[in-house]
Write a protein that binds this ligand. Structure first.
Ligand code: HEC
Ligand code: HEC
Ligand code: HEC
Ligand code: HEC
Ligand code: HEC
Length: 155
């Protein structure tokens, strides 16, 4: 019953309700909110590449050798690190394959992460805040005088 309901919600485009389960209970609120760690500290790819990237477990351990070491959830992070295994995070934001997207021109023109991803720094579980439909992309491109040629986003 629950899966049928979720499927119906997905068809209806109620994407905001979907919080995928994650292997580690990672909270953006604790990191980017309470502790004010910059988005780009962990997602440094956004500045110069198409993808933002998810930080490696090595980066996590850079802090968690010292921070919250005795917490069970951090013991689980350390176990991935010791086994030299990446944490198998579930993707949250994903456009169809026929869409071309590139973070770097947006970041270098000062478009804030939150304009597209919502208030991530308040989220205890990362969720898709709103779907980035073609209308949303095109509306902002028009407003800011950026190309709306089909080829810009479909190549
Ligand atoms: C103009 C809109 C926009 C802005 C601004 C933006 N993103 Fe994204 N982001 C997207 C879209 C669209 C995707 C999905 C791309 C895909 O599936 O090809 C995405 C995917 C991601 C992903 C997962 C895939 C990846 O690229 O690694 C992360 C992480 C991410 N964004 C973080 C950020 C951060 C951090 C910032 C700010 C520094 C940011 N984004 C700014 C639109 C945006
Ligand atoms: C720049 C430092 C920094 C980095 C990098 C970092 N964290 Fe944290 N993390 C913190 C701080 C500070 C806290 C809050 C600790 C506290 O309240 O005692 C925290 C808390 C947590 C908690 C909650 C622990 C608990 O149960 O109270 C988890 C889980 C966690 N981090 C996972 C991660 C993961 C996974 C990564 C890598 C993707 C990561 N952290 C990267 C600084 C960091
Ligand atoms: C301490 C490191 C850290 C910081 C700081 C951080 N993130 Fe993340 N981010 C992660 C990790 C780990 C994941 C994968 C787990 C998840 O989705 O919750 C992630 C996932 C995401 C995703 C979903 C990517 C996907 O799977 O599609 C977006 C969007 C995102 N972050 C945006 C942001 C924004 C915006 C900020 C600043 C407000 C930010 N992040 C700050 C570590 C961080
Ligand atoms: C909030 C405003 C905003 C949103 C939303 C937005 N963009 Fe953009 N986009 C920009 C700006 C600003 C630039 C930078 C143009 C420049 O560098 O001159 C840009 C540039 C681009 C470029 C590079 C264009 C080029 O000619 O190099 C691509 C590709 C792109 N956007 C795709 C998308 C897609 C796909 C989406 C929706 C998923 C999207 N954008 C949503 C503002 C936005
Ligand atoms: C600024 C980025 C952007 C531009 C410009 C753009 N698109 Fe799209 N388009 C998208 C995104 C993102 C999606 C996927 C999300 C969605 O379906 O709304 C998409 C989806 C589509 C789809 C599939 C829609 C569906 O209902 O299945 C078609 C067809 C399409 N675009 C055609 C075009 C044509 C034709 C043009 C030029 C007139 C164009 N696009 C220009 C971003 C863009």
């Amino acid at each position: 019953m629950r899966s049928i309901l979720l499927a119906l919600l997905a068809v209806a485009g109620v994407a905001a309700a979907i919080e995928p389960g994650q292997p580690i209970n990672f909270s953006h609120k604790i990191h980017a909110g309470d502790n004010k760690i910059q988005c780009l500290f962990c997602h440094s790819g956004a500045r110069r590449s198409t993808v933002s990237g998810i930080p490696s477990v090595q980066l996590c351990m850079g802090c968690h050798r010292m921070a919250a070491v005795n917490k069970p959830e951090i013991a689980r992070v350390r176990a991935y690190f010791e086994k030299k295994q990446p944490i198998p995070w579930t993707r949250v934001v994903k456009e169809p394959d026929y869409v071309f997207f590139n973070h770097s021109p947006h970041i270098s023109r000062g478009v804030r992460c939150q304009e597209c991803h919502g208030p991530v720094e308040t989220m205890t579980q990362t969720r898709l805040d709103h779907t980035l439909s073609m209308n949303v992309c095109v509306a902002c491109h028009r407003q800011r005088g950026v190309s709306v040629d089909c080829y810009t986003c479909h190549r």
